[in-house]
Design a protein around this ligand. Structure first.
Ligand SMILES: *Cc1c(COP(=O)(O)O)cnc(C)c1O
Length: 296
């Protein structure tokens, strides 16, 4: 896996507004670790791929929407690691394929479509049995790539960081990345996940997942403090956007020369900047932000 950066660089953002509020803003550029398997997705996949190999399975099957970064990353990782991949896509096929699915197919992923009603039941054993009847044996990775082995991977995002920091921020979809940061970062660091979805189920999901990981011996602690999810910057829900958000993204990308996008990292940085302006973070303090990728 020579294409991977073994350690994502940490970049400091310089800005008058940050200086005024005495905030040091550091960005861990996980978006740079690989040209196709960026950001958090590789961390979620790596121990699942290892487990598939341990179980002697040479095929990964997973789920996602037509614009899923997880589908894109799984197809890329499968190709890189010599595993077959099957992507079960929500809804009807649309031709020509969009760039995400075209890339997945070019990596060798078999694309198969599930109607929305069946897709909602994709964790039910009848649906999975049907998929096994159709495709044979496979290693199943859930939608978004989040399971307990994903946490074993995402906690590595914050291991071996020399810089000291008071706050740790990331974007949250399924919460698998935040769960890893909660486990991996020092206890006294305040961890904040910025939800890109509407709804308040994430806290319970993360607690459940951490508990499972503890039961399975993947992590050593049963409960964690000093973390929460901010629900104020989803802009109406997943993939919903807004003129103000789009303007922020254009200005941010130009000013700092760091690409961000409207689904995850745009909402994350918008939220952080807004909270800094409100004086939310104590002064002086250091915030470490995980740039989870998402720009292709
Ligand atoms: C998938 C993704 C996330 C969400 O990660 P979760 O572990 O599901 O919370 C965040 N940022 C980017 C760029 C992503 O592609």
């Amino acid at each position: 896996m020579i294409d991977f950066l073994t350690y994502a660089p940490i970049q400091e953002l310089k800005d008058e507004m940050l200086e005024k509020h005495q905030v040091k803003l550091l960005v861990k550029r996980e978006d740079l670790i690989h040209s196709h398997i960026k950001g958090n997705k590789w961390y979620k996949l790596k121990y699942n791929i290892a487990q598939a190999k341990i179980e002697g399975l040479n095929c990964l099957l997973t789920f996602g929407g037509a614009f899923s970064n997880h589908i894109y990353a799984t197809a890329s990782a499968g190709k890189l690691c010599g595993l077959e991949t099957i992507g079960i896509i929500r809804g009807e096929p649309h031709l020509p394929l969009n760039p995400i699915l075209a890339h997945a197919q070019a990596c060798g992923m078999t694309l198969s479509y599930l109607d929305r009603a069946t897709y909602r039941q994709k964790s039910e054993s009848e649906v999975i049995q049907q998929l096994r009847a159709q495709f044979g044996d496979f290693y199943l990775i859930p939608e978004g790539g989040t399971n307990t082995l994903a946490i074993k991977g995402t906690k590595e995002i914050v291991e071996n960081i020399e810089e000291k920091y008071d706050y740790l921020c990331c974007a949250c979809g399924t919460g698998g990345t935040l769960a890893g940061l909660i486990v991996g970062a020092p206890e006294k660091v305040q961890k904040i996940g910025f939800s890109v979805l509407k709804g308040d189920f994430l806290e319970k999901e993360i607690e459940k997942r951490l508990h499972q990981a503890y039961e399975q011996g993947i992590i050593t602690q049963n409960s964690y403090l000093n973390w929460h999810i901010n629900h104020n910057y989803h802009f109406g829900g997943y993939a919903k956007t807004h003129l103000e958000l789009n303007n922020f993204i254009v200005n941010f990308s130009k000013k700092f020369d760091i690409p961000i996008e409207p689904i995850y990292t745009g909402k994350l940085f918008y939220g952080i900047f807004d909270l800094i302006k409100q004086g939310y973070f104590h002064a002086p303090s250091t915030i470490l932000v995980i740039h989870s990728g998402g720009v292709y």
